[in-house]
Design a protein around this ligand. Structure first.
Ligand code: ADP
Ligand code: ADP
Length: 226
């Protein structure tokens, strides 16, 4: 599903160039659940932004389902994101004034889906993440773990094959973290490929594979024996 070859990213600010990723290469097959770990500043967010088609590399190639998206323009990238990728962030990025149901429906509005189907799809996903009785509540009326479930339901609403999660349990206590990881396992077993950036060794050990990044380089690619 994902093949990156010699992927590099240089941030140029005036005279100063920061080489955030240095010729990274790896492949992620359909159905894998992968953790990306590394210290602060090692290039994890840069890599996730590239994998999520939020940005393009300075050089190298990125094949997503056999299509090279490394040279795509902004419109093409937006289309790939909408069709293939669901994003989950540490900060849940929910709309505080809107109902939980409306939060999950929102991506479908942009996709031009009619109201009745939007409501059906959003309700069904909220049911799946255990929030069927909270549809009309606002995000600030539920717990942190429940907010992350809303964010995950929203990430799933376009039925993405790839889920990219950046520190999805960073704001959660360890019990809630375990529940969210269980939910990712369930989604993974249903066929979604999942890539998680995490600082938690415990979370990383619950994936199938750990990619270690240091100073913009892939230093270790580790199979996790479950
Ligand atoms: P991580 O997510 O592992 O903390 P990042 O990908 O955010 O690492 O950053 C990798 C390197 O690139 C760091 O040295 C960081 O300071 C630099 N960097 C990140 N974003 C930018 C930017 N927009 N402009 C300039 N430098 C950046
Ligand atoms: P950080 O890793 O520094 O905490 P985030 O995880 O919040 O940052 O965001 C990572 C990147 O994704 C940023 O470049 C941000 O602009 C982008 N981003 C954040 N939220 C969304 C969103 N809802 N949709 C698309 N891109 C987003």
């Amino acid at each position: 599903m994902i093949e990156v070859r010699n992927l590099s990213k240089v941030y140029q600010s005036g005279e100063i160039a920061v080489e955030a990723l240095k010729k990274i290469s790896f492949t992620i097959e359909d159905g894998e659940m992968v953790a990306i770990v590394g210290p602060s500043g090692s290039g994890k967010s840069t890599l996730m932004n590239l994998l999520g088609c939020l940005d393009t590399p300075t050089s190298g190639s990125y094949f997503l389902d056999s299509t090279d998206v490394s040279k795509a323009n902004d419109d093409e990238l937006a289309e790939v994101r909408n069709n293939k990728i669901g994003f989950v962030f540490q900060k849940f990025n929910l709309l505080a004034r809107d109902s939980i149901l409306h939060n999950v429906e929102t991506p479908l509005i942009y996709a031009g889906i009619k109201k009745k189907e939007r409501k059906e799809r959003a309700t069904s996903l909220l049911n799946k993440v255990g929030l069927a009785d909270r549809l009309d509540h606002n995000p600030n009326e539920v717990s942190g773990g429940q907010r992350q479930r809303v964010a995950i339901a929203r990430a799933l609403v376009n039925n993405p094959s790839l889920i990219l999660a950046d520190e999805p349990t960073g704001n959660l206590d360890s019990k809630t973290e375990a529940e969210i990881i269980d939910l990712f396992h369930e989604l993974n077993s249903q066929g979604h490929t999942i890539v998680i950036v995490t600082h938690s060794e415990k979370v990383a050990q619950q994936t199938n594979r750990i990619i270690h990044i240091l100073d913009g380089e892939l230093v270790k690619d580790e199979v996790v024996l479950g």
